[in-house]
Write a protein that binds this ligand. Structure first.
Ligand SMILES: CC(C)(COP(=O)(O)OP(=O)(O)OC[C@H]1O[C@@H](n2cnc3c(N)ncnc32)[C@H](O)[C@@H]1OP(=O)(O)O)[C@@H](O)C(=O)NCCC(=O)NCCS
Length: 329
């Protein structure tokens, strides 16, 4: 029997508190004009101090479960994509499992930075196609505000907090994930280009790591920018080819929301019309692996896409990792 991983529910959640570019002007030497022109970002949402990534992920998961109409006990596996887990262990996926009472599910975290949602879809697709599982919850949940250096203007203006979730279920109809592609380059993407150096086994927390601000995101923006444009376009074309489709077959293109200049450059390379490219980076900033699923959920709930429509997701992030997914609703 041929099986497909159908997308039967999506959900998203962002914390209420909004931090505008004008708020940032009060915090670091920057301006609304600089941030808008270089990134397209106008505002981002920031979690309160007592909120962790699982708290956002649970809300997104509940919304996805509700849309799909399943009982949480039907979920056989939970994959949580996050670079801001609540703690090293237990995994954020286990915390979510207990809170949504999905007690029949296995649960693990997946670390592929901003490409994590498409990576998780890749894993879920393989497990559903193979017959290993029938119902999988994928959650992408991030509180980048917790690992951003709020004194570093070159990074703190870029990121925000959000979560998205998707329910994937076995279908005999050819729908859901039509193709997926994942890739990585650990040579080009070492931690000095984009990473969070300390807090793991290489540099456990010491007074020195704290003094040297090594527990915060470090990034060489221009290098990341150039590679991002190239590999996101590449991931898009490979995912399309695997699905036997052309860019013109796509109803909605949802690229990773890091920067409107990157999004436009990728769109131009793919010759996808601007009106078919989804952009919400202005409202949320870069929320790492949550960006594409937050956007997809909004597009579905707004009726911008519906049954039968084909959607292309591509993303790129630390590692470097990059990935593309073609979904038919
Ligand atoms: C970060 C990024 C917006 C910077 O834009 P850029 O056009 O490359 O800008 P530069 O880094 O060359 O900096 C230009 C100038 O602005 C300054 N600058 C940096 N951040 C600033 C800020 N927030 N406000 C004002 N000025 C700033 C720099 O210090 C530099 O000044 P200088 O010319 O006097 O040295 C851009 O490189 C980018 O988006 N990169 C990709 C980041 C990304 O997507 N990361 C996540 C991947 S998942």
């Amino acid at each position: 029997m041929k099986r497909y991983a159908a997308l039967t529910g999506t959900g998203a959640f962002v914390p209420e508190r909004v931090l505008t570019n004008f708020d940032l002007e009060e915090m670091v030497d920057t301006s609304d004009e600089w941030i808008r022109r270089r990134t397209g970002i106008v505002e981002r949402h920031i979690a309160d101090d007592d909120i962790a990534s699982s708290d956002l992920g649970i809300e997104a998961a509940r919304a996805a479960i509700k849309m799909s109409g399943i009982d949480p006990l039907e979920i056989e596996l939970i994959i949580a994509s996050t670079i801001t887990p609540d703690m090293f262990f237990p995994s954020t996926a286990c915390v979510i499992q207990s809170r949504i009472e999905a007690m029949n599910a296995g649960a693990f975290d997946l670390a592929a930075a901003c490409a994590g949602f498409s990576y998780a879809l890749h894993v879920a697709d393989g497990l559903i196609r193979s017959g290993a599982h029938r119902t999988i919850l994928v959650v992408a949940t991030e509180t980048l505000s917790k690992i951003v250096d709020w004194t570093d203007r070159t990074t703190c203006v870029l990121f925000g907090d959000a979560a998205g979730a998707a329910i994937l279920q076995t279908s005999e109809e050819p729908r859901g994930i039509l193709s997926s592609y994942v890739a990585a380059d650990g040579v080009a993407g070492d931690a000095s280009v984009l990473g969070l150096p300390a807090g793991g086994s290489r540099f456990p927390a010491t007074q020195e790591t704290i003094q040297n601000r090594m527990h915060f995101i470090k990034m060489r923006g221009q290098e990341v920018f150039k590679i991002g444009v190239r590999v996101m376009a590449e991931a898009a074309l490979i995912a399309l080819e695997k699905a036997g489709l052309q860019p013109s077959d796509i109803d909605l293109f949802i690229p990773h929301q890091a920067n409107t200049r990157i999004i436009e450059a990728v769109g131009d390379r793919l010759t996808i019309a601007h009106e078919r490219i989804y952009i919400n980076v202005d409202k949320y900033g870069n929320t790492s692996s949550a960006t594409t699923i937050v956007a997809l959920d909004a597009a579905i709930r707004a009726g911008q896409v519906g049954e039968g429509d084909k959607i292309l997701l591509v993303s790129f992030g630390g590692g470097f990792t990059w990935a593309g997914t073609v979904i038919q609703l």
